[in-house]
Design a protein around this ligand. Structure first.
Ligand code: NAP
Length: 365
């Protein structure tokens, strides 16, 4: 392990002296160990350190030790860069673990955190297969307390929260169907597969519709429209995913990861007597020369920055008082079960039923 001594905290007095009295450094709050210091791991480290209250990063780990060291350097407190995820989880100075490693590593790391009795925030997917998620559910149930929050941050987005409130107040009548679109400007030229459009991108819609409608998804169908010329070789892009909810609500989800023009997430629910749609998120609309226009977000960090802040703040608050909040490991499992069905539907071209056991009492709503 490598200690990275802390730098100047924002709370330190100005170096040039002056009249302001010294401000005591912030108490550490929940001491978090972060596994995986790639794109989202670094973003979460930034928000815990600079934006949120009640937590601090005290340890990091990444298979790329240099990347972990860089993430640790310059943080206000001394941060230990552990050689392995297991060492980080076992560190007595780590109260809670944030898993932001590659999806395939999540199961082992989440299980180790649960075995150590430590709360864990796991980025989506909870694990890449529903079988792996079931093993995590079993471990959490055996531990006898809720220890896991899954990073489905859309539930914290102001737009989706307002949409849910509009649906729940009943004035629009029962929901009938929902149109979704999930457009990314681009994905890497290599390593990103058609399956990942479902397992990495559509997994967000799978979770948000379960949450919006308060029911499970029972079947999936995947359609393959004309392929975009700019899509990386071998990638079938776009896709249309059809999800059937238990009540019969039908959700169509356009997934287009080479859309070029920006990161655009859309949603409109059609109910018996009205509709509710996510508004455009541009801060202003400019009207000039007989045209009007606004800003399209650059990427997921830009579009959902407040939602990520809110989900992690809720996690820190819950951990601080020994409870759990937010999307549970059951939600992670349910999304994985729908992913399995959707991948099967993609392979076969057939409508595929989602296979899931009854929701255990431990995860009652
Ligand atoms: P990334 O930039 O590739 O970062 C992942 C990091 O974890 C990399 O540094 C990787 O090292 C490291 N790593 C891989 N296996 C590891 C292991 N066994 N132990 C420790 N470190 C390991 O990916 P990312 O975009 O940050 O995504 C990370 C996770 O967050 C994924 O599960 C992804 O689906 C999820 N995510 C969620 C959202 C959201 O909207 N909620 C958005 C983005 C990402 P190498 O590069 O050397 O493999």
């Amino acid at each position: 392990m490598t200690p990275h001594p802390g730098g100047t905290t924002p709370a330190d007095p100005p170096a040039h002296g002056g009249a302001s009295p010294p401000v005591p450094p912030r108490p550490p709050g929940v001491r978090v160990g972060v596994i995986g210091t790639g794109m989202i791991g670094q973003d979460h480290i930034r928000r815990i350190t600079q934006v949120l209250t009640g937590g601090s990063v005290v340890a990091v780990n990444d298979v790329d030790a240099e990347r972990a060291g860089q993430a640790a350097a310059g943080l206000p407190r001394t941060v230990i860069a552990h050689d392995t995820a297991q060492d980080l989880i076992a560190d007595d100075n780590v109260d809670a673990v944030l898993v932001a490693s590659w999806g395939a590593a999540h199961e082992e790391q989440v299980l180790a955190a649960v075995a150590a009795g430590k709360p864990v925030f796991c980025e989506k997917p909870l694990a890449p297969s529903s079988d792996a998620c079931l093993r995590i559910l079993d471990a959490e149930v055996a531990a006898g307390r809720h220890l896991i929050q899954v990073g489905f941050m859309r539930r914290y987005d102001a737009g989706y929260l307002a949409m849910k409130a509009a649906l729940d107040d009943g004035s629009l009548g029962p929901a009938l169907l929902m149109h979704c679109a999930h457009r990314n400007p681009s994905v890497p030229d290599y390593g990103f597969t058609t399956d990942m459009i479902i397992s990495d991108s559509a997994v967000h819609e799978m979770d948000i519709v379960r949450w919006l409608f308060g029911e499970e998804i029972v079947a999936a169908t995947v359609l393959t429209p004309r392929r975009a010329g700019q899509a990386p070789d071998g990638l079938q892009d776009p896709l249309i995913l059809l999800l059937e909810m238990a009540s019969g609500v039908l959700v169509d989800d356009e997934l287009f990861v080479s859309a070029r023009y920006g990161y655009d997430v859309r949603g409109e629910v059609v109910c018996e007597t009205g509709t509710v749609a996510l508004a455009d998120v541009s801060e202003v609309t400019v009207r000039a020369q007989n045209r009007y226009g606004g800003r399209v977000p650059v990427d997921w960090r830009d579009r959902f920055i407040r939602a990520y802040d809110a989900e992690l703040q809720e996690w820190l608050n819950a951990v601080a008082v020994g409870s759990a909040a937010g999307p549970s490991s059951w939600d992670g499992y349910a999304a994985a079960a729908v992913t399995d069905a959707a991948l099967e539907a993609l392979r076969t071209g057939q409508r595929t039923a989602v296979s899931m056991p009854e929701r255990p009492e431990f995860y009652a709503k």
